[in-house]
Ligand binder design. Structure first.
Ligand SMILES: Nc1ncnc2c1ncn2[C@@H]1O[C@H](COP(=O)(O)OP(=O)(O)O)[C@@H](O)[C@H]1O
Ligand SMILES: Nc1ccn([C@@H]2O[C@H](COP(=O)(O)O)[C@@H](O)[C@H]2O)c(=O)n1
Length: 213
């Protein structure tokens, strides 16, 4: 690994497997020692394509679990910019309106970048940019229960709409585009975002990388 470019740690797995919690726990626990210029989180979901040109009735029909729903080319471009020492303006996304918001988040390169999302391993162009690849391996029935609990509260979804979407796209796309790419992982983490040993091991690796800079 080069020492002068950000280390990109990609965390993938099924929806509601615990990717965000795993990334956020590591971020929160390392922030006091690394500072805001030392570590950042980027979400693949920030790169869902804008759908502002579509009516709401059409936005809900989108397959959000297929790679084509994402602007992966923009994510790849931003990762390249960050690796070259340049800042980027990351889009922000709203799950309630199914499209991008007007504002962006300005991000300067940090030595450690935690990147999390469901389809990060589906593109070889993206995979080639990752220094460490982690797969959160949580049984799908547990993910579904977590998704129902989360999306009814945080994403304004009804249980009926979650069930319909799960059967039509979330589950089939998991078997087509997420689970087969587990083989690209360097590390497979069981038990989701609360696996204390998996959290401590990645923190130790990050500390080692920081000492080597
Ligand atoms: N190991 C775990 N045990 C219990 N709840 C968890 C665990 N990991 C994650 N969760 C919860 O499940 C929900 C989905 O987790 P999240 O990290 O948002 O998943 P993802 O980012 O993979 O979609 C959240 O409410 C989170 O707090
Ligand atoms: N408008 C949208 C966009 C995405 N989704 C679902 O989000 C999931 C990915 O995010 P996680 O935090 O759960 O990893 C994905 O499974 C999409 O189905 C959505 O429902 N609506």
């Amino acid at each position: 690994m080069q020492t002068n470019k950000p280390t990109i740690i990609a965390i993938t797995g099924a929806s509601a497997s615990g990717k965000s919690l795993y990334a956020k726990t590591i971020f929160d626990e390392l922030l006091p020692e690394l500072g805001p210029n030392g570590i950042a989180i980027i979400k693949e979901d920030s790169y869902y394509k804008s759908q502002s040109h579509l009516a709401m009735a059409d936005r809900v029909k989108t397959n959000y679990d297929h790679p084509s729903a994402y602007e992966h080319s923009l994510l790849a471009q931003h990762l390249s910019e960050l690796c070259q020492g340049n800042s980027v303006d990351i889009p922000t996304y709203c799950y309630k309106t199914h499209t991008r918001l007007a504002e962006t988040i300005h991000l300067s390169p940090t030595p450690i970048i935690l990147l999390e999302g469901i389809l990060l391993f589906s593109s070889s162009e993206l995979r080639n940019k990752f220094d460490i690849k982690i797969y959160i391996d949580t049984p799908l029935d547990i993910c579904l229960v977590r998704r129902i609990n989360r999306d009814t509260v945080e994403r304004s979804r009804s249980v009926e709409s979650i069930a319909e979407q799960y059967l039509t796209t979330v589950r089939p796309m998991y078997y087509q585009h997420i689970e087969p790419n587990k083989l690209y992982a360097d590390i497979v983490v069981t038990r989701g975002g609360k696996n204390r040993m998996a959290i401590e091991m990645l923190k130790a690796k990050i500390r080692q990388l920081m000492h080597g800079r």
